[in-house]
Design a protein around this ligand. Structure first.
Ligand code: FE2
Ligand code: FE2
Length: 213
């Protein structure tokens, strides 16, 4: 079936999305930020830099998620795959807004390196998509598995009093698990071990840098 837009038009709209993701603060999520019933949710001054670092990592992770999903969708072989990837990306945009919200609460800024990570992730998503839909879904499965593990680590590190960050990360985790399960149900295959390890190494580099810058 012919795509409704030419590749040039789609790349233009992707550039527009890049700007909206990294050049302006993400806002207007479809689902409100979790933790509305948390009240003040204070973070002790001594722990603020660490919590801000964790939320900056999660914000950058969601920037990457936008780029990965749309990079993959650009090369999706069939419309159902593209729709599933877009649907997940919409939910990831909410995650991006929620992390931005919490960074604002903490008077912290997103990572300066987000444009770099977006471009890198978009290219990576494109490569995954080019290998065909089962591999592309496999890439989602592995990405979401790694994100789930890292969200668990962050949840353990949050101060007891930080109800709001906890509510955000728990809700994100539930969505990421579902994205992985949906990708498996749609025919995703397990990626080769070396690829999984390379993805993990890249994620560790992103986290180390985003925590600081
Ligand atoms: Fe997410
Ligand atoms: Fe996800």
């Amino acid at each position: 079936m012919r795509q409704p837009f030419s590749m040039a038009e789609r790349l233009c709209s992707e550039f527009d999305r890049f700007l909206k993701t990294v050049a302006v603060p993400a806002s207007h999520p479809a689902q409100p930020t979790p933790g509305a019933d948390c009240g003040e949710s204070p973070v002790p001054e001594t722990e603020k830099p660490h919590v801000a670092g964790l939320m900056r990592i999660n914000h950058t992770g969601e920037v990457c998620a936008q780029a990965l999903y749309y990079g993959q969708a650009l090369w999706a072989r069939d419309d159902a795959t593209r729709q599933q990837l877009h649907q997940a990306a919409n939910e990831e945009y909410d995650h991006l807004c929620w992390c931005q919200d919490r960074l604002n609460d903490l008077n912290a800024k997103p990572s300066l390196l987000n444009p770099f990570w977006y471009a890198t992730s978009f290219a990576l998503g494109g490569v995954a998509g080019a290998f065909g839909d089962p591999v592309s879904y496999g890439f989602v499965i592995e990405t979401e598995r790694q994100v789930e593990a890292h969200l668990d680590e962050h949840l353990q590190q949050l101060p007891e009093s930080d109800c709001k960050s906890r509510a955000i990360l728990e809700r994100m985790k539930a969505d990421e698990v579902r994205h992985g399960e949906n990708a498996r149900a749609a025919g995703g295959v397990d990626l080769p071990r070396p690829v999984q390890k390379a993805m993990g190494a890249m994620a560790r580099l992103m986290k180390a840098l985003a925590y600081r810058f």
